[in-house]
Ligand binder design. Structure first.
Ligand code: HQG
Length: 176
């Protein structure tokens, strides 16, 4: 089994198109593990290996081990149920040059995902942006946003999520 390919397949099914293999996500994004194993023709051991070795820890079993979900990144309307948390004073977002004019005018918007994804450090943001070209790292004044009433949650795999980031809280990070 190619674990990277299987991780991509799991991301597709658990974040975006569960119906492509006849599955339905519940409101919090969970699917039954046995149903997933049957749908993807995987053994439990193979699935556990993909989950355990995943570079970004994208997937999580529930406490009973009978359900699994993607920890973030959905385009389906899921309610992940993470508790709002006080964010670090500064968070980071990695993007590319060509999106900057729109981002600085409108702020960060979730696009087809259910939330804006923010990174706890500039290096992580740089690699997120680098998926699309030469990365540009934006600094987000998370303390200012929190003071103004914006809520933040942190996914099980450490990605900070918020609904939108207005332009007033954004700066281009030249320090890295
Ligand atoms: C941009 C990966 C124009 C935004 C990563 C980004 C992450 C705007 C793109 C996770 C905009 C959305 C998410 C605006 C935002 N105008 N462009 N107003 N606001 N954008 O993929 O944050 O490997 O949905 O900068 O590590 O890049 O999949 O979000 O470039 O955690 O697990 O619109 O995906 O994780 O792209 O990445 P995405 P993202 P995985």
């Amino acid at each position: 089994m190619d674990v990277v390919r299987m991780s991509k397949r799991l991301s597709y099914v658990l974040r975006h198109q569960p119906g492509s293999v006849g599955l339905v996500l519940d409101d919090a994004g969970w699917v039954d593990v046995d149903a997933l194993l049957t749908a993807l023709q995987l053994t439990r051991g193979e699935l556990e290996h993909v989950v355990a070795t995943n570079d970004k820890q994208r997937f999580a079993f529930d406490d009973t081990g009978t359900r699994i979900r993607a920890s973030q990144g959905h385009s389906r309307p899921v309610e992940l149920g993470y508790r709002p948390e006080r964010p670090p004073d500064v968070l980071f977002h990695g993007t590319v040059d060509r999106f900057l004019p729109a981002i600085l005018a409108q702020g960060l918007v979730p696009g087809r995902r259910h939330a804006v994804h923010l990174s706890p450090d500039a290096a992580t943001a740089r690699s997120v942006g680098g998926r699309r070209g030469r990365a540009v790292v934006l600094r987000v004044d998370a303390a200012g946003m929190a003071a103004a009433g914006h809520t933040f949650t942190r996914s099980a795999n450490g990605v900070w999520l918020t609904e939108t980031v207005p332009p007033a809280y954004l700066g281009v990070d030249s320090g890295v």
